[in-house]
Write a protein that binds this ligand. Structure first.
Ligand code: FNR
Length: 342
């Protein structure tokens, strides 16, 4: 199967498959303050990741590129990012490194949004040279290196060797011209992984937990014969992935993502120390069904609700949410107890 067909299948199944399973967000609650001592007008959504200043903590997370029809999708995503003033990432650029004729399916995002913050994307096995080519292709401000072992193992044509990824990530972190964000694609992360990434000097991590777009389920649809059904619930939820990261909130710029649907989910990520919150599937669906204007209204509304939540919590800045108590219940609390997390 060609990479191009795979890219189209990913979009198709991300749109078609229902979201099942929990992100853990329903186990998390803010404590209402009837006297917040705050003014909505004083609230700023500004944040920073990898040393870059951003006016919004919302990230349109990595999705597509690498097949003819994905150019139109990336154009729409870039228009949305530009109109909403949010950062965006492109999907894995490996296809264009193999076939330069596909570069325009990615570089369209820079054409549409010349001054926006744009994140490049490659797998964690990329060389420094490939990483630099990916950055140049779209004038990337930051580079994602994705970890997707469960997805690869479910793909009949996927990678099978993962024993030297950390060393390869380190080379790119040290050699590429922009800050690197290491990201999962929906199976989450743990203390053990954060420690390994911290040891090699990674600056930013996108947890991409379980509970949103499910790449094992997507790849199962693409397999013929028996499916890897039991891997569909593999990994840590987004809430757990962020709770596992609590010792690293000053080490990395954390991005909370995986199943984020609305401002309340986003605020919970910020309360757990995330500096940015990524959404992929939850934006792709309305964008493809109703267009850029409708999706822009949704992101504007998300910003309004986020400002309201900051006001309710007596916060002027997104970073202050991390100083507010967040109650952890249910399975998520049980996980924390068993893992000795605070
Ligand atoms: C993705 N995602 C993804 N991630 C990545 O690092 N490189 C990629 O090429 C892709 N491709 C891709 C295609 C499509 C159609 C979707 C919906 C998603 C994963 C994405 O960035 C994110 O980590 C997960 O989708 C989890 O977030 P959501 O979708 O639950 O908000």
């Amino acid at each position: 199967m060609s990479i191009e067909q795979r890219k189209l299948d990913h979009v198709r199944y991300a749109l078609e498959l229902p979201i099942t399973g929990s992100t853990g967000f329903s186990d998390l609650s803010f404590v209402h303050r009837a006297l917040p001592e705050s003014d909505l007008a004083d609230v700023s959504l500004a944040t920073s990741v990898g040393g870059l200043d951003l006016s919004s903590p919302i990230l349109l997370n990595a999705m597509t590129g690498g097949a003819g029809p994905t150019e139109a999708i990336n154009r729409k995503l870039a228009e949305l990012a530009k109109h909403s003033g949010i950062a965006m990432a492109v999907g894995s650029q490996r296809a264009a490194l193999k076939d330069p004729a596909l570069c325009s399916t990615y570089s369209v995002v820079r054409e549409v949004n010349p001054n926006g913050i744009i994140i490049g994307n490659l797998g964690a096995g990329a060389t420094v040279e490939d990483a630099e080519r990916a950055v140049e292709m779209i004038g990337a401000d930051l580079l994602h290196l994705h970890l997707n072992v469960a997805q690869e193992l479910t793909m009949p044509e996927g990678d099978r060797s993962f024993s030297d990824l950390l060393e390869k990530i380190q080379r790119v972190v040290e050699g590429v011209s922009v800050p690197v964000i290491v990201k999962e694609v929906g199976n989450g992360m743990s203390i053990e992984t954060y420690r390994m990434l911290a040891d090699i000097g990674v600056q930013a991590v996108d947890v991409a937990g379980r509970g949103g777009t499910n790449f094992v389920a997507i790849e199962n649809q693409r397999r013929s014969g028996r499916q890897f059904q039991h891997l569909e619930s593999w990994g840590q939820t987004t809430a757990v992935s962020l709770l596992e990261a609590q010792d690293f909130v000053n080490t990395f710029d954390l991005i909370g993502s995986g199943g984020v649907q609305h401002a309340h989910d986003a605020a919970k990520c910020l309360a757990l120390g995330a500096k940015m919150v990524g959404l992929a599937g939850a934006v792709l669906r309305p964008l493809m069904e109703h267009g850029v204007e409708y999706a822009t209204e949704l992101v504007d509304h998300l910003h309004s609700e986020l400002r309201a939540i900051l006001t309710l919590q007596g916060c002027r800045k997104v970073g202050e949410l991390a100083q507010r108590p967040l109650i952890v219940r249910g399975e998520t609390a049980e996980w924390c107890r068993l893992r000795g997390l605070r």
